[in-house]
Ligand binder design. Structure first.
Ligand code: GLC
Ligand code: GLC
Length: 893
């Protein structure tokens, strides 16, 4: 195999001339079978810019595509600034070198058991709740970043050398490294000194355990005498306590080791009936469960004494820090390959049957053992992997698109949808930017996330809506968040965010349009989870709306409360105390500060509820909603317009915020996006004017900033927003969540070019070549990208758990492509960039399949629509019979 710039030549045998491939090119073999050719050598990659020639062996395995890749960043010059590439056929992001700018993660699990896994096997795992049932320990904010994980070490008995096949934690040079993050699984492989180890990590559907399958191959011409060591560190369940309460928990750690399985049983003797297990498929040469015995004093995970000397300590933890490590000896002949399976999981025993023999204090393992044994077999692993692939195929096939833009295609078809499912599963709780200790499920966050996943998991969306609504307060207001384990609201991060209740209406409207399941409106749902307070969900929606109308300020605009969508615009806070939370502090009674943004949101929500009410047979209710919406739109138009854009708010003193009159913070993005989306200003030109101002003042090559100019000093009357340095977070960062509102607004004024241009600016795939600048994962959205006033303009932070995922998905699919579920059918109202000649899509909707073909002769709106060849008036495709497949053709221009 040889490489020049970005071409790779692959030969079956050294000496053959072989075939040339472009780097990243994917091929299928003739039988459409499964060949994967890989050349992800870090050294090779580094040589890419220099026209190096290298010969490497060819790996053929049973997978679905052929991909030849040698991408990564060339050191010392060159133009490539990627660290990997998309394998669109396999639906994987393939990372070609381990030292990415930040750990690039994936999630394992999508039901009850979850894990974060980084591209170097870091991360941790938990059952349901990242704080209360943490299985393994992770060190946030440590150095090097990313400490604690699912580690393996290989030791060569002949040389005494050892290394980590995932690079971390030893960070030994590897001849070859690649990490493939796929849908619900991650594969990390590498080669060193002729020994290749490739490990697949995933959580089987329906189980509360994770599998690591390590395939070890000896490519040397001579036998290899190897040891494989596994290593994890157990968290003592409650992650906050684990990280703080040392006087207690240095004394509580307990484990049991039985028939090769390590059981973590801390606190099991008394109030817990759950435990963790860590098992290995091979006979053990030894094990360790005491961290200090494994690492040795004053050593870290990069140089465990046990691995160095090649012998386990067979240690049993009593207190201190329980860990789990297996030692497996592998003698491999040249060319030999061996699978070693590790299973790490969570299990519960019935409270009355915890011990065996009863009363003995010894863990009863009889219930869990058959499960463990099943997954220690490779056959079961293959089956579970196949089911997982099928599961994701099923979810993603709800909508697949084929547009002229590869970045839109891969994000919508794979990664953006995948990220939406991550926000469904994790809300804002566990990522490398959310510690898993604090934030549960946000009221507003979860309702917005729902917009991005409702079509994939409607039944679970229904359950989510009912859970959220049950935490609503009798006033119609909301706790800002609730804990997933208890489903109870709490005000740990405050309440009285006056936008919160309105998002419930948007969430329910999206659910109804997707499913047509009007019965949900009749579900009795309590307030604040109080038995006896039940009212049909329909009533909750009206209370949400009333919550706003009962809290209007001097301009008849909604009072902002602690804050609205922008958590950091704290107009009643006036905080001068260091460390005080801007969200829980409210130092002044707020009867004046108003939010124009909530005015826009209310207008949108009122229109949705009016329609729901009308269909629910509540004509009077529908009329009331309509009237309230109209009044609000009028108040926004009268008191919320600054001259060239929408104002953001009125502060505690009644002074405008986000006005040309303000020297700093003169224009904010949120009201421009939301008010126009709600239809305000469409008739009188103000909508277009507002969007022109956005383009002029807020647009940068990296996306649209939130506010401009950013605040350079602390404004007591504005709160947290002015506490960030200019260009970061809410203070003039590109807060990506807000950008799709503007994209949607642009489609409302028929500007598909601008909508799509904004879309591409923050699309992570389109930013892949800027990975050095962007730094976060190129396959998922980040919450923010540093704005134009920041010295690090273009640098992303807080990837994965952000409302950006849902909103960008909605903006592209429902407004730019215009495939929009509606109460009575599927609306087809594209607003495409002028250069496109159309697109195709397949959408499953209420049991039928719609094959959609849109042809665009010239930029504009739909001029004709046919369903199975029959013309349809307007833009609504009527519901097809469940099971049917219909062909929809739309002409534009
Ligand atoms: C974070 C919060 C979200 C809020 C946004 C803006 O993303 O999760 O609720 O709207 O910040 O402050
Ligand atoms: C938002 C802000 C963050 C703040 C948090 C509090 O996420 O971005 O800075 O701490 O809200 O809820």
């Amino acid at each position: 195999m040889s490489t020049d710039q970005r071409r790779v030549r692959v030969a079956q045998c050294p000496g053959e001339s072989g075939r040339a491939f472009d780097v990243g090119q994917q091929e299928r073999d003739d039988a459409r079978r499964s060949v994967t050719l890989r050349a992800h050598s870090t050294r090779l990659a580094r040589g890419l810019g220099g026209g190096n020639t290298r010969t490497i062996a060819l790996t053929v395995r049973g997978r679905c595509s052929t991909s030849v890749t040698a991408s990564a960043r060339p050191r010392g010059g060159g133009t490539l600034t990627r660290f990997g590439h998309f394998d669109d056929v396999a639906r994987e992001y393939v990372i070609g070198q381990p030292d990415t700018p930040l750990p690039w993660i994936n999630y394992l699990g999508s039901e009850d058991y979850f894990g974060i896994v980084t591209n170097t096997a870091g991360g941790y795992t938990f059952y349901r709740d990242a704080r209360l049932r943490r299985l393994t320990r992770y060190r946030y904010n440590g150095v090097p970043l990313d400490g604690g994980g699912r580690y393996l070490y290989v030791r060569d008995a002949d040389t005494g050398q050892f290394w980590s096949p995932s690079w971390q934690p030893t960070r030994t040079d590897l001849d070859d490294y690649r990490c493939r993050h796929g849908l619900g699984y991650t594969v990390i492989g590498s080669r060193r000194d002729g020994v290749e180890v490739e490990t697949t990590y995933f959580v089987p559907l329906g189980e509360t355990l994770e599998i690591w399958r390590a395939t070890v191959t000896n490519h040397r011409p001579s036998p290899a005498r190897l040891s494989l060591f596994s290593a994890i560190e157990f968290c003592l369940w409650e992650a906050w306590d684990d990280a703080t309460n040392f006087q207690r928990n240095f004394s509580t750690g307990e484990v049991e080791v039985d028939a090769g399985v390590i059981y973590h049983t801390t606190e099991y003797r008394e109030r817990r009936n759950h435990f963790a297990f860590f098992a290995c498929s091979e006979p053990l040469a030894g094990f360790d469960t005491q961290r200090e015995a494994f690492l040795g004093p004053y050593r870290g995970w990069d140089r465990p004494v046990v691995v160095e000397r090649g012998r386990s300590g067979d240690s049993v933890a009593h207190g201190w820090a329980p860990c789990g490590s297996h030692h497996v000896v592998l003698d491999l002949e040249p060319g030999a390959q061996r699978d070693v399976v590790f299973v790490l999981g969570y299990a519960e025993n019935p409270p009355e049957a915890k011990f065996h023999p009863p009363g003995s204090g010894t863990l009863d393992t009889r219930g869990v053992r058959p499960l463990i044994d099943r997954y220690l077999r490779t056959g079961a692993v293959d089956e579970a992997l196949a089911r997982l692939a099928e599961h994701w195929e099923q979810l993603l096939s709800t909508l697949q698109i084929d547009t002229p833009d590869p970045h839109a295609n891969r994000m919508i078809n794979v990664w953006n949808a995948y990220q939406c499912m991550a926000t469904f599963n994790l809300s804002r709780s566990a990522s490398l930017f959310e510690s898993g200790l604090g934030r549960g499920m946000g009221f507003r966050d979860s309702n917005q996330d729902l917009l991005g996943f409702v079509h994939m998991v409607p039944a679970r969306a229904r359950e989510r809506i009912l859970d959220i609504a049950a935490t609503q307060l009798p006033t119609g207001g909301a706790y800002h968040q609730y804990q997933p384990l208890t489903k109870r609201g709490n005000d740990a991060v405050g309440s009285g965010f006056n936008d919160d209740p309105l998002w419930l209406i948007l969430g329910v409207a999206a659910y109804l349009k997707e499913t047509g399941d009007a019965a949900i409106l009749d579900e009795p749902v309590p307030y604040d989870n109080l038995p006896g307070s039940e009212e049909p969900l329909y009533g909750h929606l009206h209370r949400s709306l009333r919550y706003t109308t009962e809290r209007l300020g001097p301009h008849r605009l909604p009072l902002i409360g602690r804050a609205d969508w922008n958590d950091c615009l704290n107009l009643n806070c006036f905080s001068e105390t260091p460390g005080e939370s801007f969200q829980t502090t409210e130092n002044r009674e707020g009867g004046v500060a108003e939010s124009v943004f909530i005015g826009g949101l209310f207008t949108l929500a009122a229109a949705e509820l009016a329609e729901i009410a009308a269909r629910h047979g509540d004509t009077a209710g529908a009329e009331r909603c309509r009237a309230a919406g109209t009044e609000m739109a009028a108040a926004v138009a009268e008191h919320g317009w600054d001259g060239e854009w929408f104002l953001r708010a009125y502060d505690f003193f009644g002074a405008p915020v986000g006005s040309a009159a303000n020297e700093e913070g003169s224009i904010y993005i949120e009201p421009q996006g939301m008010c126009v989306t709600a239809g305000i200003g469409l008739g009188d030109g103000t909508a277009r004017q507002a969007l022109a101002s956005v383009s002029e003042r807020l647009a940068t090559p990296h996306g649209l900033v939130l506010v401009e100019p950013a605040y350079t000093r602390y404004h007591l009357e504005l709160g947290e927003i002015s506490s960030y340095p200019p260009g970061y977070k809410e203070n003039g960062g590109i807060f990506c969540h807000t950008n799709p509102w503007v994209m949607i607004a642009e489609t409302r004024v028929d500007n598909g070019d601008r909508a799509f241009d904004y879309y591409l600016r923050i699309n992570p795939s389109a930013r892949e070549e800027l990975s050095d600048v962007h730094r976060c994962e190129p396959y998922v959205y980040a919450q923010m990208i540093a704005g134009k006033e920041a010295p690090t303009h273009g640098e992303a932070k807080n990837s994965w758990l952000t409302g950006t995922a849902a909103w960008n998905y909605v903006a592209l699919t429902q407004w730019i492509l215009g495939i929009r579920p509606d109460h009575d059918g599927l609306r087809i109202e594209p607003c495409l960039p002028g250069g496109w000649d159309g697109f195709e899509a397949v959408r499953r909707f209420r049991g039928a399949t719609y094959r959609i073909r849109v042809r665009q002769a010239a930029a504009g709106r739909v001029t004709s629509l046919t369903v199975d060849g029959r013309p349809v008036d307007g833009t609504l495709v009527p519901l097809a019979a469940p099971g049917a497949t219909v062909t929809v053709e739309a002409e534009i221009g």
